[in-house]
Design a protein around this ligand. Sequence first.
Ligand SMILES: [Fe+2]
Ligand SMILES: [Fe+2]
Length: 281
Amino acid sequence: MSEIQVDRKKFLATVGVGALAAMTPEDKAEELEHYMIDLLEGHDHAHGSHEKDELGVPCARPCEIRRPCCDEEQEQPRAPRGTGNLFQANGRVFEPMPEKPTLVDFFNLRFAPARHVLQSANYALQTGQPEETVLACLLHDVVQNLIKVDHGWWGAQLVEPYVDERVAWAIRYHAALRFYPDESVGYEYPEMYNRIFGEDYIPEPYIERDYQHARAHEWYMDARLVTLNDTYAFQDGVDVSIEPFIDIIGRHFKQPKEGLGYGGTPSSHMWRTIGNPNKPL
Ligand SMILES: [Fe+2]
Ligand SMILES: [Fe+2]
């Protein structure tokens, strides 16, 4: 078992040199995290030797959504980087959802393999953390299937009607806290950020503001633990089943009897969207 390794050159090639220059440090950090999760989820398809990009580096994107690195695909534009995994142009066929889908159905039919969040929740479970923290870890990045931009905020909204408000709060603020070390719990600024980007930076004011708010909040540690457990959740070759979490979901996730997406909550539409990526309107 080992942490997945990020090849700096490959990573930069997936972004594109020109695009990289135009990205803010937050964008770069987001892109890196998404790239690592994609690697973990098995989206890193090795291509043949002809499939090199302009830097001569094999594509590290899913085969079906390559950047225009191969001659025959020069015309194929790339989706915006914030596009969720389910909305990538990769020809995926979606299995139908049950009439009254549950959270576990979403894990099995839409989020799978979900290695990153399952590993994160598993670490929380194995180290005896509160069940609410386990649930927060399990849900903290699932919204990236829908959208990646500002995923902490979107992710909190997605689950807010169904979980304790501290769980949603932890998910909302984990995104900002990633950029700030806390030696008291052993959370260091990710070395990966320095290694990949080779720079220190000051997060944008809205992120700094949210960090200061969270830092002073009585629930601070709820969000901090999500960032801490995150660092143990990029393990190559580690598959974790949803099974160990089913009881915790049962105790802490308010499954609507009409089915997730049909309970008339402020985020029902988000679940329906995840369930039906091909619905035209
Ligand atoms: Fe995250
Ligand atoms: Fe994460």
